[in-house]
Design a protein around this ligand. Sequence first.
Ligand SMILES: [Zn+2]
Ligand SMILES: [Zn+2]
Length: 441
Amino acid sequence: MAERFNCPRGTRDLFDCDVSVFQDIETICRSVFLHYGYQEIRTPIFESRELFERSVGGETDIVSKELYGFEDSKRKRFALRPEGTAGAVRAYIERNMAAKGGVTKLFYIGPMFRHERPQEGRYREFWQIGCELFGAKGIAAEVEMLDLSMKLLERFSIQASLKINHLGCAECREKFKADLVKHFSAEKEKLCDNCKTRLVKNPLRLLDCKSPICGEIIATAPPMILCSACSDNFERLQKLLTEFGLDYEIDKRLVRGLDYYTGLVFEVTSKGLGAQDAVLGGGRYDNLVKELGGSDVPAIGFALGMDRAAKLVKFEKEKSSSARPFIYFIGIGARGETEAIRLTGIMRRYYFEQTHSMSTRPEWIESSLNTKSLKAHLRDADRLESSYVVIVGEDEIAKESLIIREMAGGNQIDVPTNLSDSSKIVFDITSAIRRLIEDRR
Ligand SMILES: [Zn+2]
Ligand SMILES: [Zn+2]
């Protein structure tokens, strides 16, 4: 037997229920985002590697260890996107969206890639829905962002709690970095190799280390002291959140694993998720647009982990009618088979024209595609939970009639028709189905 292939480690195929839950999440997110004035953007799955080095940060785990990087034949360096903000900011600058003035609101849905150790709720290809708000500096934007985050989870009926922190301004962070360097230098010998590098290159990232020994040193690290402007700002935000009726908790250790955050950062966790309990995270990144060559535009955003949300979401999933055939055509004998294919085409065209708007669910018209006995065909139609079966064999062709059977009740009728007249066929089949529905009542 030829060698078989499996999904790469940490990835999976989404099909059947997984896909319909993902679709439901996407539909709900799209509608909520539109209510808040966000427009969808689709950026490439891969970007210049340097974009991620300069935005997410070259010293972060995401870029230094987890990036799926590659060179093309011209030796240009690219990477699969590990998150969505860098691409959105790149597009915002490249498309000169700032020129319109005012605020720009974007959202995206798609797969992201990180070479992490796969575990429960963590994949190497994972899906995110995120949004970015450009051009708003004040706390009103922060309140809107937090409200939007919680509104999404509320729409999914996900029990969630909000944690917030403030990473200060450049001045606060310089002071904090110095405090961290002092604290960690005293224990330098105990630090893991990564942290020894971080100590020199990016002290803030010291707080992200997962190693247990570094963890002990992290636990006693000094907290960030906000300057008076930042602390006023954070207090005003908290007051507004309370007035808004949004519950939150302050988590001084919340730093998020990306370099671009400034000021407010937040995370939404849910108890149903176990150890990896964050379902949504984000924050303000006021310097990134400028650092990537754009104008000085403040920004804030978040991303929702779809894989984790899907685990939590318990939609009342009534099986949609498009998940089973409405009419299943069965042809018996060579002539019956070709006749069944022809009739299937006629009915598909009819229902296709009936489905005027995108929101109307299409009817599934199926046809038997293999030669089988009538009994075997009926078993197939039953397995697919078909509503109606239309049977056409030599006898039916000779008599110019069709057998129409309602699968659930087993009622069956002979329907005379004119096999050379498409509109007569449509009329006869649809009226026969209507009759079967009425008989049932
Ligand atoms: Zn400050
Ligand atoms: Zn460490």
